[in-house]
Write a protein that binds this ligand. Sequence first.
Ligand code: HEM
Length: 463
Amino acid sequence: MTAEAPARVPIPRQAPGALPLLGHGLAMRRRRLELLEEVQGLDGDGLVALRLGAARMLVATDHRLVRELLVRRADDFGPSPQYRLMEPVTGAGLLLSEGAFHRRQRRLIRPAFRHARVRHYADLMTELAQGWTDGLRDGEVVAVDEEFGSLATTVVVRSLFGQGISDADAGGVVTAMTDVMAWVGARGADPLPALMSRLPTQVNRRFARSARSLHTLVDTLIARRRADSGEPPDDVLTWLLGTTDAETGERMSDAQVHDEVMTLLTAGAETTSRTLAWCLYLLARNPDAEERLHAEVDRVLGGRAAGFDDLAELPYTRRVLTETLRLYPSGYLLSRAARRDTELGAYPVAAGTTVLFSPYALHRDPRLFRAPDAFRPDRWLPERAGEVTPDAFLPFGLGQHGCLGEGFAWTEMTIALATLATRWRLRPLHPAPVAPTPLFSLSSGRMPMRARRRGEDRAGGRA
Ligand code: HEM
C-alpha cells in the first residue's frame, strides 16, 4: 500500500522586481501606485506576495478575495501595523479597534450618521458651501486642495461641536489638522516609519505641536460640554456623550469619546476634500461632462445653493462623483493583519501577516471596468451595467470597518459640487496632467485653479 501524497499548499506568486534586502520597499515608496497597478495586472489566483525589507505581505488582487477578507473572515483580521501608525492621533477609535469592543463602538456611533441625522447636518453643509462660493471672485486663483480641505474640516468640526466651539478654535482645528494629516501621510510613505517619526524633521515638529493642541482642545470641549447643565445642542458630540449601548447599558468614557472625535476628524475631512479636488480636475479635462453637470444644476437649482431635498434630483452630479471615486479613491490602499492563522481563497495566511488591497488598482483593472482610464460618469447608469463590476467598486471599503460616514460624505460632496457648479467653472492654472501623490489619501497637490463666473451660458441665468 502506498502512502497518500500530502496535499500541496499553494504559495502566492511573488511580485517581480524585488531588490536584495529592500525587496519592493523602494518601489513602494517611489512609485507606489504604479507598483500596485503592476501587481494588480499579474495573472494568478488573486493573491500576490510583496517583500518590504524583511516583512512579507500579501496583496489581494481579486475582488472576491477582498470581500472574503473584509466580510466572511473579518473576525480573523485586525488593523495592520500601517494603520497602527495613526495611534498617536486616533487612539482606540473605530479605525484601530477590533472584535467585540469595535462592534460596540459601531453600535453606539452609527445612529449619529443615519439618514435623518445627515439631513440635519445638510443645512450646515449648504450654508458653508454657499459661504465659500459667495466668497469667490471672478478671475481669482484658488488652491483647490487647501480650499476644500478647509471647507470639509469645518463641516466635520461644526457637525461635531455645533456652536460649542468658537470660530477661532474651529479655525485652529482646521490648521492643526493640516499638520496632523501631513504627518499621517508622510508616515504612510516611509519605509521605516517608526524611526522616521522620531527624527526632528519639520513635519514631525509641526505634528507634535498641532497634535498636542488638538488633543487639549478636544478634551476641553468635552469637559465643557459635560459641565454644561443647559439644553444640549443637537450635534455629534452630544450624541457621543449621551448614547447608551442597548445590549450592555454602557456609555463611552470621555477618553473614548475623545478618540472617536479624533477618528472622525481624521477619516472625515481629507477623504471628502480630496475627492472634490479631483472632481474639479476631471471636469476641467472633460468639458462635455462639465456641460451636462451645469445643465443639471441649472435645471434643478436655477442658481441657488443645493440642499438635502435636491439630492435625489441630481443623479448626474452623483455619477460624476462616483466616477471620481473610481479613478481617485481617497482610500487607495487599505490593509489588515491576520489575528490568527487563517485562509484566503485556497491560500493559508499565517497569524501576523499583513494583507493589502488597493481600490485604486482594482478600479483601474480593465477586467473589471471597461476603458478604465476614461472618465465616463454614464458607465454608472443601470442600463450600462456591463461596463462595471459593482462588487469591485470599493471606495468606502466594506464590512465591519466600512465607512461610517458614507451618507454624510455623499451629501456633503453633492451639495458642495452642485452649489459651486451653479455659478463657477474652475480651470487648472497649469494644463499638464496631475499625477496623484499617495499619502494618507490620494493628493492632487495644491492644484491652483482659476475661478470663472458662469453667466451667459446658464439657461435663464444671471450675469
Ligand atoms: C469621500 C469621502 C470618504 C471616503 C472615500 C471614505 C472612505 C473610507 C474607507 C475606505 C473606510 C474603510 C477603511 C478600512 O476598511 O480600512 C472608511 C472608514 C471610516 N470612515 Fe470614511 N470615507 C469618507 C468620508 C467619511 C466621512 C465624511 C466620515 C465621517 C464624518 C467618515 C468616517 C469614517 C469612519 C469613522 C471610518 C472607520 C469605520 C470603522 O473602522 O469602523 N468617512 N472610510
